[in-house]
Design a protein around this ligand. Structure first.
Ligand code: MG
Length: 388
């Protein structure tokens, strides 16, 4: 029986992970569940999966959960400590990290230090901390199993290849709901339109990131650290159908790709059952009479992609600043306070005013994240959403 700790269990990836686990049956046991503040849903999950511990980041929500679960023998924790304790839970053989944004950073470091094997869906933690973890010798790639669909595809397509046999990696991008839009048209798009992704069912933050192409930018940085690649080896290709989840080109010119229906339950399950494969819930892709197309990304109208490359080139605390500014810009766009094209403009001005700390430590990363959020808020308030 494989024992699983799941962080971020009430988000989109978290819910789908529990769906996959329920379908896999009794060979898998959930031992810890955590979420941000959704006490009601975590209670329902705890009643169904009977973990030994649950944690909510929000203190008051954790109080409510303690009362709600008083009839069960489940340990209930709160704050950063609760998340970290779940990610290092002694009984857990696999820690699934499905939190949204920067909140995944401290639990990831703790889990790596504790020697855990991690199924990683939280890309932001590697964006912020990849360089630091690598420098500290904590980035044990054999113990980080990617859940992000592109990275799962790269992982599967690399199989047991030697590093010097890899020429490059093509990360596929759907292009999001606004591919082909002009700048004028992008100016008018609403949060409702941006939240309608053509192919994937995902949470709101990542869906906006997909629409701006920041998601692909963050994934470039994630791929750099997960697979120890140079930035020049990572190419983004727009593939509207989201059937090829990514491709690896070898030095002899061969390209190996991984294909399947666009359904996050596929990469989630592969990380859970690895190194085995099991039948799952995902609808089979039917290759007959279908088309697969490839196009260049529109780097002019979707500048977030190049901002991410630029942050990765600069290194140090800059990727943390990119990420922090993006999280605030996305929040403000969803709240109707800035326009869609303000998102890259806010991030760029925050990055421009940042003094990068090279060879950063944990505290520098946390400070850079906080600074970037504050700076982004200042810029947004100062311009009252009239940046462009
Ligand atoms: Mg992805």
């Amino acid at each position: 029986m494989k024992k699983i700790a799941l962080l971020g269990s009430t988000g989109s990836i978290g819910r789908q992970t529990l769906e996959v686990l329920a379908n896999l049956g009794t060979d898998y046991k959930v031992v810890a569940l955590t979420a941000g503040k959704n006490a009601e849903e975590l209670e329902a999950q705890a009643r169904k999966f009977k973990p030994a511990m649950v944690a909510l980041h929000d203190y008051e929500a954790a109080q409510r959960l303690t009362e709600a679960l008083a009839d069960l023998n489940i340990r209930i924790e709160s704050g950063d400590e609760g998340q970290v304790n779940a990610s290092t839970w002694s009984d857990a053989e696999l820690v699934v990290m499905a939190q949204v944004g920067f909140s995944g950073f401290l639990p990831l470091i703790a889990a790596l230090k504790a020697g855990k094997t991690i199924a990683l869906a939280n890309k932001e933690s590697l964006v912020v901390g990849g360089e630091l973890l690598d420098r500290l010798g904590l980035l044990d790639r054999s113990r980080i199993l990617p859940v992000d669909s592109e990275h799962s595809a790269v992982w599967q397509s690399m199989a047991n290849a030697q590093k010097d046999e890899i020429a490059r990696v093509y990360l596929t991008a759907s292009g999001g709901p606004f591919f082909g839009y002009t700048r004028e048209k992008l100016h008018e798009v609403t949060p409702e339109q941006a939240l309608k992704h053509p192919n994937w069912q995902m949470g709101s933050k990542i869906t906006i990131d997909s629409a701006t192409m920041m998601n692909k930018g963050l994934e470039v940085i994630e791929a750099k650290w997960l697979f120890d690649l140079k930035l020049e080896q990572i190419e983004v290709v727009v593939h509207r159908q989201s059937i090829i989840h990514s491709m690896v080109e070898y030095i002899d010119g061969s390209i190996i790709a991984q294909l399947g229906s666009p359904d996050m339950r596929a990469p989630i399950q592969y990380a859970l059952t690895y190194p085995e494969r099991k039948t799952g819930l995902v609808e089979r892709y039917n290759p007959f009479n279908s088309q697969l197309t490839f196009e260049s990304p529109d780097r002019q109208n979707f500048p977030c992609l190049d901002l991410a490359y630029r942050a990765a080139e600069t290194g140090g605390t800059m990727p943390a600043v990119l990420n922090g500014a993006n999280e605030i810009a996305v929040e403000n766009f969803l709240a109707g306070k800035i326009t869609f094209i303000d998102i890259p403009a806010v991030i760029e001005s925050v990055m421009t005013s940042h003094q990068t700390v090279k060879n950063y430590n944990l505290k520098d990363a946390v400070t850079a994240d906080r600074w970037a959020r504050q700076k982004a808020e200042e810029i947004i308030t100062g311009c009252k959403g009239r940046m462009n």
